[in-house]
Design a protein around this ligand. Structure first.
Ligand code: G4P
Ligand code: NA
Ligand code: NA
Length: 189
């Protein structure tokens, strides 16, 4: 997606250790015009699949997910990162955090993810893929079907893409980054 590549080159900040900061337009301040274009591109990639719901995980997945849900006129469910004690019917799993070397609980209500659902999962980054695999586990536990997973940015030098594709998950990434260094961003072709 050329528009997105150009914006990453213009406003993204890359650091040693393979971190890309996009917090001026994606995950802190957000550009809704770009986010709409991202939604349109996800429609192009997933719109012909028999999905009835979009799923994402808080916080940074919500903006692209709601754009896709808006365009397809489908509900959007976001997985929560802590277990709310006030709610019943929660499906829960644990996600490993590479950055913090710890695990945390994520959950979704079985009222909103059911065996009648076929979902597409949307998130901002695909890095190591632990969050995505956690969501896959929630989908499996709920009895819903997973049609595919869409990411704004895949860092293909990390393991997540391979992990998900090895699980036979249909993965669509709008841009794939081969390597990152200080002030150096290299995309896959
Ligand atoms: P992973 O295994 O799920 O890929 O995640 P990892 O523990 O490696 O990363 C933890 C968090 O860092 C995730 O956000 C992920 O989206 C984000 N992340 C990974 N690589 C980058 C990067 O290069 N740049 C930026 N800006 N973020 C990155 P989170 O904390 O789970 O969620 P959120 O609340 O920010 O959405
Ligand atoms: Na995220
Ligand atoms: Na993030």
């Amino acid at each position: 997606m050329k528009l997105l590549k150009d914006r990453i080159l213009k406003d993204g900040k890359s650091f040693d250790g393979g971190i890309l900061k996009v917090d001026s337009f994606i995950n802190h301040q957000m550009d809704p015009i770009l986010m709409k274009s991202i939604g349109v591109e996800f429609v192009r990639r997933f719109g012909n699949m028999p999905i009835n719901k979009v799923i994402t995980i808080e916080a940074s997945g919500i903006a692209p997910a709601i754009m896709l849900g808006y365009l397809l006129e489908l509900p959007v469910v976001f997985v929560k990162k802590a277990k709310p004690k006030t709610m019943g019917n929660m499906i829960t799993t644990q996600v490993y955090s590479f950055t913090k070397d710890t695990t945390y609980d994520v959950c979704v209500s079985s009222d909103f993810l059911t065996p009648d659902d076929t979902v597409v999962f949307i998130d901002d980054f695909l890095a190591n893929g632990h969050a995505a695999i956690g969501v896959k586990d929630l989908v499996d536990k709920s009895g819903a079907k997973l049609a595919g997973m869409g990411f704004i940015i895949e860092k293909s030098f990390q393991e997540g893409g391979k992990r998900l594709r090895d699980l036979n998950i249909h993965v669509e990434s709008l841009v794939r980054i081969k390597s990152l260094g200080t002030n150096r961003i290299e995309f896959e072709d």
